[in-house]
Design a protein around this ligand. Structure first.
Ligand code: DI6
Ligand code: FE
Length: 421
């Protein structure tokens, strides 16, 4: 018998859904739900035209009142699709030999200063065509997707010339067209000084600002700009010129800062309204206050900390105390973080940086989305947002940061469609 519900509106919305998951526990990360994980138990969640349109307790859901495709989640947990907000996954070549050198005692900076490091990946990447870059990068992207990633950021930064940088971004865009995953791109031309500009870093920054940024924008290749603000890379003054050029073109701003030393790059990026500042091992309290005031996300990259055998832990407690949103990402790259698992990055955020499992999952969903300028569009389970979700075979959401090496995805959902990899 059909029983009139207290909220007939909910039923009405369910009737117009394309698909509904029932008997699901939800980790919504909706700030309006004052529960750990924004959790709601025993829910129905309905999608239409690629968006979430209805979330309601099962008591308000009536099977005879709906005509959509109904999927029984059988008590599994649904979370937002995972967001890997910082990767350099498009590249050619390998740095395995450099790993050996580091294990024999050479530091990351020494290798970079002696012409290895980023520049060795630049040599290999410049030689590859766009299609070759796509083929080489695909396995890394698929590994992330298999574990539940539905949005991924991909940076350039191994071309360091007009064509080299554009080709990397073209490869990133192609990957997004070929696979059911949303790709955000960041132009990281200011990643390292190319050999052609040895002793002329300002001349290279001229090229970045006057040619590479405008060309990337003209071809619709970049969503944001990124810089490496560091002694072995670019000074704060040089990074500021890149931010100004990016701002003039309407690009989002993000920055690698305070990874190996404290040049106060985070505060600088915050002054330009950066979406995210990343790494942050050497960030001090003034820097934390500056990013808190700008609502800039702190993106933590425990994979690089681990792989470089770093000991300087980012100031997590200060970030927490000042209410800074913290994202967790893989930093997938050949030199400092050859890590194609966001789930393992979440675990490392807990074991190495003392994140709680809830913070780790929020960092790989809600705050990852915010770091990509996608707050209010992705990263939460809420009516109106993109229906990018993962249904997991778990009994509690803490399991996603706890276990690693086991794939717990039951269904990976992009724009309301099940797209398992
Ligand atoms: N910091 C990093 O950890 C990566 N880039 C950066 O600015 C490393 C990139 C690489 O070594 O290839
Ligand atoms: Fe990086």
């Amino acid at each position: 018998m059909y029983i009139q519900t207290m909220q007939p509106k909910v039923d009405t919305v369910f009737e117009t859904c394309d698909r509904i998951w029932i008997n699901a526990n939800l980790a919504t990360f909706d700030e309006a739900i004052a529960q750990p994980y924004g959790a709601l138990s025993n829910q129905a969640i309905g999608v239409r035209a690629g968006r979430i349109v209805a979330i309601a307790p099962m008591a308000q859901f009536h099977a005879d009142a709906v005509c959509a495709d109904v999927v029984d989640a059988r008590g599994g947990w649904m979370t937002p699709g995972l967001v890997d907000a910082h990767t350099h996954l498009v590249f050619a070549g390998s740095r395995a030999k450099e790993f050996e050198q580091r294990l024999l005692g050479a530091s990351y900076e020494e290798i970079a200063r002696s012409g290895g490091g980023i520049i060795s990946t630049v040599r290999a990447t410049r030689e590859a065509s766009v299609d070759e870059l796509v083929v080489l990068s695909e396995p890394r992207l698929l590994a992330l997707m298999k574990e539940g990633v539905t949005s991924v950021e991909i940076k350039s930064g191994y071309g360091l010339s007009l064509e080299g940088e554009l080709n990397m971004l073209r490869a990133a865009r192609k990957l997004g067209e070929r696979h059911p995953v949303r790709v955000s791109t960041s132009l990281l031309a200011a990643h390292a000084l190319p050999p052609e500009y040895k002793d002329d870093a300002d001349g290279y920054i001229d090229l970045v600002c006057n040619e590479i940024i405008p060309a990337a924008v003209a071809e619709g290749l970049a969503d944001a700009v990124d810089v490496f603000c560091e002694g072995i890379a670019f000074s704060p003054a040089q990074c500021e010129r890149v931010f100004q050029a990016a701002q003039a073109q309407g690009l989002g701003i993000r920055a690698h800062v305070e990874q190996l030393s404290n040049l106060h790059g985070a505060a600088l990026a915050a002054r330009y309204g950066a979406w995210s500042v990343d790494h942050l091992e050497w960030l001090d309290e003034d820097g934390v206050k500056a990013i808190a005031a700008a609502d800039t996300v702190a993106t933590l990259l425990p994979g690089a900390f681990y792989f470089l055998r770093d000991t300087q832990v980012p100031p997590i407690e200060l970030l927490r105390r000042h209410g800074v949103g913290m994202a967790v990402a893989t930093d997938l790259n050949p030199g400092s973080s050859p890590l194609a698992s966001l789930r393992l990055a979440m675990n490392m955020a807990c074991t190495l940086f003392r994140f709680t499992p809830e913070e780790a999952l929020a960092g790989a969903s809600r705050f990852g989305a915010q770091a990509l300028g996608l707050a209010g569009q992705a990263g939460q389970l809420k009516a109106g947002l993109q229906a990018d979700m993962v249904l997991w075979d778990i009994d509690h959401p803490a399991e996603l940061a706890y276990q690693f090496g086991v794939n717990l995805v039951r269904q990976r959902i992009v724009a309301g469609e099940v797209r398992n990899v």
